[in-house]
Ligand binder design. Sequence first.
Ligand code: HEM
Length: 392
Amino acid sequence: MNPDPNSENILAASAHRNPYPYYAALAAGPALVFDAPRKLWIASSAASVKEVLGNPACRVRPVTEPVPAAIVGSAAGEVFGHLVRMNEGLRHDAPKVALQRFLAVVDLDRVQDRTEALALQTAGEGVLRGEALSRWAFEVPVMAVADLLGFDEAELPQVARWMGDFVACLSPLSTPDQLAAASDAASALLERFSDLVQRSAAQPGSALERLQHEAAQSGWHDAQALLCNAVGLLSQTYEATAGLIGNSITALATQPGLLDTIAREPGKLLQMVHEVSRHDPSIHNTRRFVAEPTQVAGVALQAGDVVLLVLAAAGRDPLCNTRPDEFLLERPDREVPGFGHGAHQCPGQALACAIAASAVRALLVSGRLKDAASFSWGYRPSMNARIPVFTA
Ligand code: HEM
């Protein structure tokens, strides 16, 4: 990618083979750059990204369109409208505390064991590569989180299919057929979560019983919003963790000596996944929508302005992580902007990393990744995610 920040399309960067020289040039430039063709402000240094994420005038949704017009009135729109990720203030704060407390005490050892088992079942026989590997990377994390939330094992492949349909509604490029399938999936998931929540009342200590307990403790009393956010846990997992697994495999294929080190010491896989989530993260950018006049790094922003925060550039900012382009397993004080910052920071980071590390471990120790160095791949077209599509 051309490192000249004026000549490239920021929205194509996450799917580019190597967007990092371009990101470095952007991050070394002014704190905010206006991208006229796309009508976006771009923040890419660690400091400017943090400043925007901490600015209360910069909101997660446009004030005039809390739910994308294409899905308003559908079940997918209902889920979207309740997500903590897409709300501020009262509809965000108590639900966020509940989700955070719930996720903070998840038994990660159990999740890792279940993920390894599901990863092996889903992988089938022989070396996993190409399209089957890409599909597997999507299925395993969402199945692991659905398993954690109490779905029966036999239902997990169906949950993965529903989630594939549901996330299609989150793209501005979705077709009418995709929007209809997304809504069917949202209805089906809401119904299943409603059954599971009822069942969980008789299962003290089950995940959904704990989530309801945390909701009550934090003053969140909207039962339908809780169901929508349970669906949200699956959707937040789906693409981002598939990307983390995929980018971990491409790191094994490209970082000199890494495959040998990890094959010898699989105990270092979690460290590896942490470094991947900084060095080559799966979520490259997020957006904020300016609700009222404000300033960022001395630049005046007006209501209606949109800011694109390049989290992947911030993770390579030398003021955030020293020797940023090097892939270091033992990196002291690693900062990972790819999981966000401030009020909307991801509460699922530890869970995502545990799942990704266990999934890769399952392939590695069972001999299904031994040819990683010969894999080839491109990237899924996306305006914000970096998800490898393995072709061989
Ligand atoms: C590699 C995997 C993941 C990545 C890279 C990731 C990244 C992010 C980022 C960047 C945000 C903040 C977005 C913003 O401020 O605009 C976020 C929010 C969120 N994530 Fe994750 N995430 C991942 C996995 C997960 C998982 C596994 C869960 C839970 C099961 C989860 C739950 C959430 C929730 C609930 C929010 C909204 C928080 C809020 O708005 O307060 N994420 N995630």
